[in-house]
Write a protein that binds this ligand. Structure first.
Ligand code: G3P
Ligand code: MG
Length: 494
């Protein structure tokens, strides 16, 4: 702190950061201007430790149609994530995409958006398959989806030790595929000779991501669901036995069937949505209905949004990630968590582009941790603006930046870096007192109750970068609001 004098007035310059300082006008002696520490206390009515005791909001973000469309990032996504990181608001990604390990997928999205993403905040459609590892660790599973050996490797990374693919079956039975002309080279290149394929039972079929060869994969799944004991190529004799439950279908230790993503369609680089994993499931159901003459139910488990299982899994990951954040912040002497553990999460906002997936899932989910889930539908993906969504969200927004801004405003969250002061807005006022001395004052939580005593207001800025700078404590770096947020929150006409 350095002081200088000019006539009867004293100006005190506070080093706020390397490139920022502000001038505070104080009267020379006994002038009644509050002591600096009182002023700062007024700007920050709560200490970090006090604010840590409050609950927080959190976000669950869809990816396709919210942050990216095909390979291209959508506007505002990266800045919005950076803002939430600065605000220390916990969030996870909850996508029906998949095909990679959480670590690799987080790295891919991270490099596309140029924002750090922790694999521990990343939930894919097949992430809940982690919970199946104890059941199938050393039993054989057939994995469906993806190219080459991609899904085999992901399944092995999860801890499944006996993983086969449709390509392995193809290289064992070259005549298995009714129309091999187009895809035979791919299966030949990736099929792994497996000695006991003709005798060993396949305990489960796990569909991890979209099939790349629907004809082969539908044939293989259909064969196994009609097999004896899950041994490929052996047909069950129980099928059609009306004395058995389900008319004898699926009564012969056939593999259990799991789908990870119910989405019928999703957005890609093409101008209209394309088939997703849910579409091949519909095909299998149609084939099953035909071949069982409609007399047998196809039994399967489907996870992925909007299933309760996936929201429950996502909430578990969110809670764990929030606790991890709080521990790190406590170690760094940060503001959230303190020594007393993580704050409770009171509301989770699911932001997505698909009413049949993100929106209905969040609307219906009953939290296991006492939070309320709300939904925000954006217009940058599957949902077309102006149409009536199948499921109404809590809020509508144009895109990701608008959605988060809307939530922060509804929650009356200030954008003050590093502070979880709720019910607050950030003001900057520039006053001219009776002696002609100008000074700036920043206020959080509309705490400027005695403004009339300070003099005439020359400038009044609310939730702008300038106002945030005015109340920002010195230990934080320079804060810039994303342009999209700044335009929306700047006080008009000032
Ligand atoms: O259903 C395809 C999948 O990629 C959709 O992903 O992020 O929109 O849930 P997301
Ligand atoms: Mg989406």
């Amino acid at each position: 702190m350095a002081s200088s004098s000019s006539s009867s007035k004293t100006y005190t310059t506070l080093a706020v950061s390397d490139n920022m300082s502000r001038k505070v006008c104080t009267r020379a002696a006994g002038g009644g201007t509050p002591h600096l520490s009182t002023m700062i206390k007024q700007y920050f009515p709560e200490t970090p430790r006090e604010s840590a005791q409050k609950s927080t909001i959190a976000f669950a973000f869809d990816i396709d149609g919210v942050f990216v469309k095909g390979k291209d990032p959508l506007p505002g996504g990266a800045d919005t994530l950076r803002l939430l990181q600065r605000l220390k608001i916990p969030y996870i990604f909850l996508t029906n995409g998949g095909g990679l390990t959480e670590k690799d997928h987080a790295a891919k999205v991270s490099s596309r958006l140029n924002v750090d993403i922790d694999p521990d905040q990343f939930v894919q459609s097949h992430s809940p398959f982690h919970d199946l590892v104890p059941l199938y660790r050393n039993r054989r599973i057939l994995v469906i989806g993806g190219e080459g050996d991609q899904i085999r490797h992901v399944a092995e990374a999860y801890g499944f030790n006996d993983v086969i693919t449709s390509s392995d079956l193809f290289v064992e039975w070259r005549t298995l595929h009714p129309f091999p002309e187009v895809s035979a080279p791919h299966h030949s290149a990736h099929g792994r000779p497996t000695p006991d394929l003709r005798t060993k039972e396949i305990a489960a079929i796990l569909v991890w991501s979209s099939s790349r060869d629907w004809c082969l994969d539908l044939q293989v799944m259909h064969d196994l669901l009609l097999s004896s004991g899950g041994v490929f190529g052996k047909k069950s004799v129980k099928a059609g036995d009306v004395t058995l439950p389900n008319n004898g279908y699926l009564q012969d230790n056939q593999p259990k069937l799991y789908f990870s993503n119910p989405d019928f369609e999703w957005v890609t680089d093409y101008h209209q949505p394309r088939f997703a994993q849910g579409a091949i499931r519909e095909c299998l159901e149609g084939l099953w209905r035909y071949s069982t003459k409609g007399e047998a139910k196809l039994e399967y488990t489907s996870i992925g949004k909007p299933s309760e299982a996936t929201f429950m899994y996502g909430e578990k990951i969110l809670k764990r990630f929030h606790e991890k954040m709080s521990r790190i912040q406590a170690m760094e002497g940060g503001v959230s968590g303190g020594g007393g553990g993580a704050t409770a999460i009171r509301t989770v906002y699911m932001i997505g582009d698909n009413p049949d997936s993100d929106i209905v899932g969040a609307n219906k989910y009953k939290s296991q941790m006492g939070a309320t889930w709300k939904s925000v539908l954006v217009e940058t993906g599957v949902y077309q603006a102006g149409t009536k969504p199948n499921h109404q969200p809590t809020y509508h927004a144009r895109g990701i930046a608008d959605a988060v801004r809307l939530v922060l405003e509804k929650e009356r969250y200030n954008y003050l870096e590093g502070q979880n002061i709720m019910e607050a807005r950030v003001y900057l006022k520039v006053y001219r007192d009776q002696e002609g001395c100008d000074y700036k004052a920043g206020h959080a939580n509309n705490s400027d109750s005695d403004s009339s005593k300070k003099g005439r207001i020359l400038k009044d800025r609310t939730n702008t970068d300038e106002s945030i700078e005015a109340v920002r404590p010195p230990r934080f770096g320079k804060l810039m609001l994303p342009a999209a947020l700044r335009q929306k929150t700047a006080h008009p006409g000032n």
